[in-house]
Design a protein around this ligand. Structure first.
Ligand code: GDP
Length: 296
């Protein structure tokens, strides 16, 4: 992720890096190039506009132009705005409630929900010492439940069995009862996805949400879908009041538009990045580190 963006920005920013003097015009020219680079990375247009506008106001001021190293000052400004755009700091899951803490995962089909449910289970077990149970409410996709059983085994977390003849809300209710009985710390609820957002699907996931009252409702989205990721997240947020987003497939050649747009478009933080098919390929999202990576 970000390879093209990093390359484009490196070319632009290298030209000003060591400059002892910058004019208002050269600052504007640099920002025009940054703007194009962001649009090519598929960052949502309103996000790009706001980003450039925010920097421009500061960049033509004395803080940059009057600095002894104006090139560096401008690059720092771009860096800080990128961090700000993505949410400033890492936002961890809020697991402080009375256990079992319920975490619901929602998203479109193929986004990576089932894989991510198991990865997150492993993460919470290994890193936070939690006892985790997972359950699948996907009664539509053949083998979805078996798939979760398999990956739950790899993750070393409890699997609550369900079957395709049950109603998804009943599955969720039963799993919560089982989690209570087994003194589970965190119950991860995997839900069904569709190829597109449709009312029936939203109604169902809303009903599950109402049934288990999750403390965290995470939207799992494929980063390869670029700025559309932010738009779908917005639709799910309206239905479910999301508490965060997990971006998957960041190991692919995604241009990074999703990572840079989601926070701004939805107001919801990206909490984790999925970066591979393996069970341990999940990492907390740190805006600072990502911004530094983008700027090389
Ligand atoms: P679901 O329909 O949302 O439950 O999606 P799945 O969990 O079945 O994932 C769909 C496909 O994406 C599977 O082949 C996963 O192995 C793959 N996948 C999920 N997350 C990632 C990721 O972070 N990186 C890569 N490369 N593949 C992923």
């Amino acid at each position: 992720m970000f390879d093209t963006l990093t390359e484009r920005l490196a070319g632009t920013l290298d030209r000003i890096r060591g400059k002892g003097r910058l004019t208002e015009e050269s600052v504007r020219e640099t920002l025009r190039e940054v703007r194009v680079a962001l649009l090519e990375a598929d960052v949502a247009l309103p996000v790009v506009r706001q980003f450039i506008q925010d920097i421009e106001g500061k960049a033509v001021g004395q803080e940059v132009l009057g600095s002894l190293t104006p090139g560096q000052a401008l690059i720092k400004l771009v860096h800080d705005e990128l961090v700000e755009l993505m949410g400033a700091a890492n936002e961890a899951l809020d697991l402080k409630a009375q256990p079992p803490v319920v975490v619901l995962l929602a998203g479109l089909q193929g986004a990576g929900k089932t894989t991510t449910t198991a990865k997150l289970g492993r993460y919470l077990r290994e890193r936070e010492g939690k006892r985790v149970m997972v359950v699948s409410c996907d009664v539509y996709r053949p083998a979805a439940i078996d798939q979760l059983r398999t990956v739950a085994g790899q993750a070393g977390v409890d699997f609550h069995p369900s079957d395709a003849t049950q109603r998804p809300v009943d599955i969720a209710r039963d799993a919560l009862a089982a989690a209570r009985k087994n003194l589970v710390d965190v119950l991860l609820v995997d839900t069904a996805g569709r190829l597109h957002i449709d009312e029936e699907m939203m109604e169902e996931v809303r009903a599950i949400h109402g049934q288990v009252q999750p403390h965290e409702t995470l939207f799992v989205v494929d980063s390869m879908t670029g700025q559309d990721a932010a738009n779908t997240a917005q639709a799910f947020d309206q239905a479910l009041s999301l508490t965060g987003v997990i971006l998957t497939k960041t190991d692919g050649d995604s241009r990074g538009g999703a990572a840079l747009s989601v926070r701004q478009v939805t107001g919801k933080p990206i909490k984790f990045l999925g970066a591979g098919e393996k069970i341990d390929a999940l990492q907390p999202f740190h805006p600072e580190r990502v911004a530094s990576r983008i700027l090389g």
